[in-house]
Design a protein around this ligand. Structure first.
Ligand code: HT7
Ligand code: ZN
Length: 874
């Protein structure tokens, strides 16, 4: 397996002026005829260069150049390419290939899912359909004819607009699609099947009517309304926020059950994992509804950030993904509660992305090399990439940032460009020097900011000193200082916001301000202060860093109660909780008795009974830091001690605040029927959080309350709110309720996924045995990524069980991966991630985790995806 380096990039030798594809879809074999109009893009006076096309996993049927079949000696076929050593400057190449989509379990290229044909071409799936320069900087005009049996496949779709349709002999029919926009092969899509369609329309800001069509299985016809509504919201939002209008006459979305990732932004024809489309109140939780809105928005926003302006090469992946993540986060923030959305995004970044940065696969937002590009669809490229865009907006200000976006789209519409082109547009539009900022794209690792302060009472000056450093990462032992926007505020002891006046500036300054940190150590002086303030640091989580400031517990309590920025207010509570839990972890490790921390209980009670009107925010504030986040804070992770300490805290709070939890839950429950977007999702969340705390008491009366909620619930949010705690409850009712749930929902694949996950995530001692048994359950499907993730993926997130000291959890994961690797290497490689963090554990677990990685390493003919992850992590 070879490594590809960013610096080896060369422009393509041949470009494709146009491509005509004809698919004859069959039950046994599928025939693909491709006609490429190719043109040399280099100066031929310096010598002729061979035509090299990518292609694999199909049978080559015929090959001709300008209408004449190529003699066998005129071309060479290798495992991954077709080489034609001598070609004219401009010519037509016709290629005929034969495929077996029904055998394609990799789920890339053309494959079958649930009786339909569909495609997934990003990043390099197109090459398993036909020979092609399968790279994002070759843009072409596609015309696609799809031929299939009319009865089985009444719906035939591809990108763009329908051009022609008709009947053919033997009960077949065809439709020809034409996409007027030049696009790279990774944005090609095709769908054929017996599908229901729900329709709507959208009038763009310039008055054009766009037909919106959502295709799904007939049985799911009633489940697409929310996705379509979300699409219309996203289309309007992009016009209003970024001035971006949709460009084709129709926008199609297809839901498929077998899909490696979340969704795919193919031009005019998005293909979605059905879990990001289908929802009814009975089958989807509030969180599912929000995720659907976000992913629908994400794929729609790609139409500009990704499709109209695409990536020059895959090292530039964050150009489209970081930017689009930022756009979808902002969309969701505008649709929901901005503060709560920011907290959720920070939570994800600090668990998933920080773990990447601290592990053997750490890479910069713009990687320097890869073996398998599919392994680089990571939280670093996506979410940290999104944070870099957010920092640019903070540094430039909203107005100049928008000017930069406009300039970027204007300059590069129709092009395949680089991250550097994006940053240059931002620099040009703002006249800012972003030289140092560019290091964020090239240096991996999470910077640490250590802050300290002092106060001179005599002259009322508060001094903040900030030191930044960044730990070494693979291939990058030393780091240069980053350009970091540090947004700060100051509070007095009564919790009032103070003006932030930099020494030497006229008073009073604004109540929040952006400090630009760009050296290894920097000092800021704030004047005009009567008493020592409490600083609110990193408001809005203004940079993806770890911040260390020696807050005293009473500072944190003050920030929890009074800070104006929702992130900082939430973060104060998280820090306080983390301090307390980590000291319990130390007690547990030392064999000391665990004792309640009364100051923390008091602070928590104050929050619980504060009457905070944003119930979703309150739920976030009352949720203890996750086991994974706590693990991030420890030099050597002890999953058992973390679990015990966190459970002890939950039990302590539930014991001491029992009546408060009951009262808040009661106040948040409503007799009204559930409504999507009824404005009560925050209340449901808080009520269910209170129930989860109360269930830790293992009291019969509470268990009955929980079962009653399960039985009377009219929506999946409250059903799961009851089932989650029940799944971890050692009570006789548990198995009845879980059985009842399965029996009721066995016909709904997405709900059955929830059932598998509930069981895999249970706290109870028999969870590993249960997970093993579930592998043999008739509803378990090895080859369906959602199902595999629901059981095996969820189990690997169950910290105490996955990290069982005897290694049985690791063994279970690898036993299942050994079966999945031959079927789906891409999904297998992603699910290996929890094992790659072995260096963070004590020697016993380290050895067990490595041993399991070696079992995979020993497989003959390891696929490139898996090989790369295993080799880099061992
Ligand atoms: N751009 C899409 C990425 C994607 C993908 C990548 C590799 C293999 C399968 C895949 N399915 C979708 C999704 C997105 O970020 O919008
Ligand atoms: Zn994306």
């Amino acid at each position: 397996h070879t490594t590809i380096h960013r610096h080896d990039y060369r422009p393509p030798d041949y470009t494709v002026e146009s491509v005509d594809l004809r698919f004859e879809l069959g039950e046994d074999t599928t025939l693909v005829r491709s006609r490429l109009a190719l043109r040399a893009a280099y100066d031929r006076s310096g010598g002729e260069r061979p035509l090299v096309l990518d292609g694999h996993r199909f049978v080559l049927r015929s090959l001709s150049l300008d209408g004449t079949p190529l003699a066998p000696e005129a071309f060479q076929v290798s495992a991954e390419t077709l080489v034609v050593p001598s070609v004219p400057a401009s010519f037509t190449l016709e290629v005929e290939t034969e495929l077996r989509p029904q055998d394609n379990t990799f789920l890339e290229g053309l494959y079958r899912s649930n009786g339909m044909f569909c495609t997934q071409c990003e990043a390099q799936g197109f090459r398993s359909i036909t020979y092609y320069p399968d790279r994002p900087d070759v843009l072409s005009i596609f015309t696609v004819t799809v031929v299939a049996d009319r009865e089985r496949y009444p719906v035939l779709l591809s990108n763009g607009n329908p051009l022609d349709r008709g009947e053919l002999p033997d009960g077949r029919h065809f439709i020809t699609w034409h996409d007027p926009f030049r696009k790279p092969s990774y944005l090609f899509a095709l769908v054929a099947g017996r599908l229901a369609c729900i329709e709507d329309s959208f009038t763009t800001c310039s008055g054009r009517e766009v037909s919106l069509r959502l295709y799904l299985q007939e049985a799911n016809r009633n489940k697409g309304g929310h996705a379509l509504r979300s699409l219309k919201k996203a289309m309007r939002w992009d016009e209003e926020t970024f001035g971006r209008e949709y460009d084709l006459d129709c926008y199609m979305i297809v839901a498929v059950d077998d899909f490696n990732m979340g969704a795919m932004e193919n031009k005019g024809l998005n293909i979605f994992n059905s879990c990001y489309v289908l929802a009814t109140p009975e089958t989807a939780t509030d969180t599912d509804y929000q995720a659907i809105e976000e992913v629908i928005g994400h794929e729609y926003f790609h139409n500009w950030s990704g499709n109209r302006v695409t990536c020059r090469d895959w090292f530039q992946l964050s150009l489209k993904e970081g930017l689009t993540i930022f756009r979808d986060q902002e969309f969701s923030a505008d649709m929901e509660s901005r503060g709560v959305k920011r907290i959720a995004d920070v939570r994800y970044l600090r668990t998933a992305q920080f773990a990447e940065d601290g592990g053997p696969l750490a890479h910069p937002v713009r990687p320097e090399s890869y073996m398998e590009i599919n392994n680089f669809y990571t939280a670093t490229v996506y979410n940290k990439g999104g944070e870099l865009i957010r920092m640019l907006r903070t540094l430039l200000g909203a107005e100049r940032f928008r000017k930069g976006m406009d300039l970027y789209f204007e300059r590069h519409d129709g092009q395949a460009v680089t991250i550097e082109d994006f940053v240059q547009a931002m620099a040009d539009a703002s006249n800012m020097d972003l030289g140092q900022f560019r290091l964020w794209y090239s240096q991996a690792g999470t910077p640490l900011m250590e802050a300290s302060s002092s106060f001179e009472a005599a002259d009322g000056v508060f001094t903040l000193t900030v030191r930044q450093s960044c730990p070494p990462t693979p291939g990058q032992p030393d780091k240069q200082p980053f350009h970091i926007p540090l947004v700060v505020g100051l509070l007095d002891r009564a919790g009032r916001e103070l003006p932030v006046t930099l020494f030497g500036e006229p008073a009073p300054g604004p109540t929040t301000r952006i400090l630009e940190v760009n050296r290894a150590e920097q000092t800021f002086h704030f004047s005009g202060l009567d008493s020592e303030p409490v600083p609110a640091l990193l408001r809005g989580y203004s940079a993806p860093v770890k911040l260390d400031y020696p807050y005293r517990p009473d500072d944190l309590v003050l920030l929890m109660a009074h800070e104006t920025d929702p992130f900082c207010r939430w973060e104060a509570g998280q820090q306080l909780a983390a301090q307390v839990i980590l000291s319990l972890v130390a007690d547990q490790q030392a064999g000391r008795e665990l004792k309640p921390d009364q100051a923390f209980v008091a602070a928590y009670r104050a929050a619980l009974t504060s009457g905070e009107p944003d119930r979703a925010f309150l739920a976030e504030a009352l949720t203890l830091p996750s086991e994974k986040y706590l693990a991030e804070l420890m030099p050597v992770i002890d999953p058992e001690a973390i679990h015990i300490a966190r459970r002890f805290m939950i039990h302590t709070l539930a014991t001491q605040l029992r009546s408060d939890f009951l009262a808040v839950r009661e106040a948040c429950r409503s007799a009204l029927p559930y409504g999507v977007d009824d404005g009560r999702s925050g209340e449901r969340r808080l009520a269910n959080l209170c129930l989860a705390y109360l269930m830790s008491l293992e009291e019969q009366a509470i268990t009955e309350l929980c079962i009653q909620q399960y039985r009377t619930s009219d929506n999946m949010t409250d059903t799961m709110g009851a089932l989650g705690p029940l799944a971890s409850c050692d009570c006789p009712e548990r198995s009845q309720v879980l059985e009842d749930f399965y029996r009721h929902w066995q016909g709904d694949r997405l709900v059955v996924d929830k059932w598998f996950s509930l069981r895999a995530l249970s706290d109870l001692p028999g969870t590993l045995d249960d997970a093993r048994a579930l592998i043999g359950h008739p509803a378990f499907e090895l080859a369906n990524p959602n199902r595999f993730r629901a059981l095996v993926g969820a189990f690997s997130q169950n910290q105490p069980h996955f990290h069982a000291p005897d290694g049985a959890g690791y063994r279970f994961l690898v036993d299942q991966l050994l079966r999945l690797i031959p079927l789906n290497p891409q999904v297998s490689a992603r699910l290996l991630a929890p094992l790659t963090t072995w260096r963070r554990f004590e020697p016993g677990r380290q050895a067990l985790m490595q041993q399991e990685l070696r079992r995979i390493q020993a497989l003959p003919q390891l696929p490139r995806d898996v090989y790369e992850v295993v080799e880099k992590s061992l």
